[in-house]
Design a protein around this ligand. Structure first.
Ligand SMILES: [Zn+2]
Length: 202
């Protein structure tokens, strides 16, 4: 027996989510059907608004409803310290620990040569443009994965012509983990254990 077409459409939309297989999508679609009309409409509206609402800070490329995000605009933060992360969600993971008082730069992913994601597809040029005589340190906090390491190596190569300190957050953090799965303590340690990466290529 086939599902009604409107339900099939919901199922195939849900299957687009990473980690959601066909069976889970069917289960979720039925859960949605059981929801009240009002809640369904509210959910639909917020999803529909996402493409327009998803805007980024012009400076650091974090999610921001303003041209310049509240962190970049905050003069009490240490703008000489730039933490480079792979994804905008990582900013939230680091902010959660409440100890990092620098600013961010979101690359928009990691270098994945096999998937055609090259350095020029990431926000690397704008990072280099941000570095000036006030910059003291760039902390590379890309994803702890092969791709994140590749990206870190590339960044180090690009950054080392500048008279700044380049550090990589200390892993302790297991490879392959997403930053948002780290608890505050582990993340804190990763920052405390950050090491200079001048000799990363050796
Ligand atoms: Zn910003």
């Amino acid at each position: 027996m086939t599902y009604p077409k409107y339900l099939e459409e919901v199922i195939s939309s849900l299957e687009l989510l990473p980690g959601i297989g066909h069976k889970s999508a069917i289960r979720m679609a039925f859960q949605l059907l059981d929801m009240s009309d009002g809640n369904l409409e509210k959910m639909g509206e917020s999803l529909k608004a996402l493409p327009q609402a998803k805007t980024f800070c012009e400076r650091c490329h974090s999610l921001s409803t303003e041209n310049i995000c509240p962190i970049c605009n905050d003069s009490s933060r240490d703008h000489s310290l730039i933490c480079v992360v792979s994804n905008y969600k990582d900013v939230y993971s680091i902010e959660k620990m409440n100890t990092f008082n620098g600013v961010y730069h979101v690359l928009g992913g990691d270098i994945r040569i096999n998937k055609g994601i090259m350095p020029q597809d990431l926000n690397i040029a704008s990072l280099l443009e941000r570095i000036n005589e006030n910059t003291i340190e760039v902390i590379i906090a890309t994803t702890p994965s092969i791709e994140g390491e590749t990206t870190a190596l590339y960044l180090n190569k690009e950054l080392k012509i500048y008279p700044i300190k380049i550090t990589r957050i200390g892993y302790g953090v297991p490879m392959g983990i997403q930053l948002d799965y780290l608890d505050g303590l582990t993340m804190n340690k990763a920052f405390e254990n950050r090491k200079e990466v001048q000799d990363m290529e050796d």
